[in-house]
Design a protein around this ligand. Sequence first.
Ligand code: DGT
Ligand code: CA
Ligand code: CA
Ligand code: ZN
Length: 595
Amino acid sequence: MASPLGIYYNQIMENATLSAIFGQMADVMEILGEDRFRINSYRTASRVISEMPADAAVLLENGTLAGTPGIGKSTLAKIEEFVKTGSITAHQELLAKIPTALLGLLSIPGVGPKTVKTFYHELHIQNIADLKKALDDGLVETLPGFGPKKAAAIRKGIEFLEKSTGRIRLDQAMAAAQVVISWLRQLSGVERVQPAGSVRRWAETVGDVDILVTTSERGPEGPRPEEIIESFANAPFVERILGAGGTKGSALIRIDTTSIQVDVRVVPPESFGAASQYFTGSKAHNVRLRELAVKAGLKLNEYGLFKGETMVAGAAEEDVYAKLGLDFVDPLLREDRGEVDAARKHSLPKLVRLDDIRGDFHTHTNATDGSATIEEMAQAAKERGYEFLCITDHSQSTVIANGQSPERLAKQIEQIHRIGAKLKGITLLAGAEVDILAEGQLDFDDKLLADLDWVVASIHSALGGARERVTSRTLKAMDNPYVACIGHPTGRVLGHREAMDLDMSAVIEHAARTGTALEVNSDPSRLDLKDLHCRMAIEAGVKLALGTDAHSPGSLSLMPFGIAAAGRGWATKADVLNTLSVTQLKSWIKSKRPR
Ligand code: DGT
Ligand code: CA
Ligand code: CA
Ligand code: ZN
């Protein structure tokens, strides 16, 4: 059964993969000391692709890709090749020119392609172990332009890398999954290819990527499971094989600057549903199902659901659930958080879907730290089929992001309304992301806030403050009648910054009391609120406002990550403000404001 996120799942992964491939080609060429002009054109292509408003394949087909600035003739040909075959020959040829593990050095914080080039050419370093030895031998600090300080920083970078948990962000895992999925799809005899595990559940971080493949055995000439596994293990993107044989292969593959383990399993078609169920997990969800099976005198494993020796379900995942007396459970919900009980009582929530989303609540333009104009953002939102878009640039105190003074904002409000009036089919809402200051006061006075259609209030300073302090700042901001929403409420950045020590129960209770929405920041490095907090908010009757925090038109495509976080928090359409019409939304905003 399709996930509520539909095709956007593939779209994000395809573009991320393509972007990563071009980035990697530029890295390899830089390490090899090749032509500067081509390196730059690959870097540009990588950036442009990552910011594209729609799937590259779609843009290619409708002809818009050809005219896109930054996409030249040879880049276009490579994208075409990727869309057709799932890989790019030039990319594979480049990878073949360097030792496989060399690119792993790029995962060390502070080490870029230039540094790797020096290590490789001057010291013949091929992997992290070589680099550690060179550091120990004092060779690195003697390199031109290095010195003891830089050598120590690199050593620290390696320590950081080795200490890190090994879990990576969902978007990176999806990009890795897509690389492998594209590869597997083009192998002859492969029938179905599907992600499983935490990637299919859209968990916020991923330990390893799990992929299922089906093939029918076809005698001596046809592909057999071990041949598919062998082909995967020898694919050009594989950095290190961790194990390969029979029906399972595990390998490390690199995506951007990270390595991730990918497990591929080949299963027979008649067990595909049972295997999907088993390997999607979560482990806790599976334990519940197995208990139910046992109670019903059945046996459930990755091969099927059995009554004695007879298979009663196996080819289709839906059948496994149905034969256990359960409604189908969306993968987003499979965390043993009450979903099995609800499935039995037919009371599972009807999850909010991407199709329900009518607009985005959090976007930036080049007035502050975004890269595009108001018109460009509006156009991209329109192309996504949105009915409204909130422009929410930074306020004056966020100096680092070129936050706007009251004067600049006043002008921008006029500008947004002027541009909006000319646009058909989409409503622009003049908003701002207003800083919550040290004592919980806001960065603009009420008179200016009253002129805004949509106010997101966010904490960007002193995030490390005591629980009491960060909580009371947040509560006080919600007391302001013009604050419609609290932006990225906990302030976490996955892999970089811990969440604030917020009293979430108090925040949610106050949001309910004041009629303030809480953001689900849909940037996969934030996912803030996270799934469990979404669930708490919904249970308290608090509305969620999904915002991509897009700093470019392409990033509007991050919305599915927010949908997934909300869905994992059991959100239905009614819980999410993005599903309202503009008229409904305006009256919701008004209801908190003084008459
Ligand atoms: P991850 O990789 O840590 O992000 O999380 P998962 O959920 O992808 O876990 P993983 O890769 O270890 O295993 C994939 C799925 O396989 C898991 O969600 C459920 C199933 N599975 C693995 N080991 C067991 C087990 O010991 N018992 C049961 N019931 N299921 C298991
Ligand atoms: Ca996994
Ligand atoms: Ca796994
Ligand atoms: Zn923002």
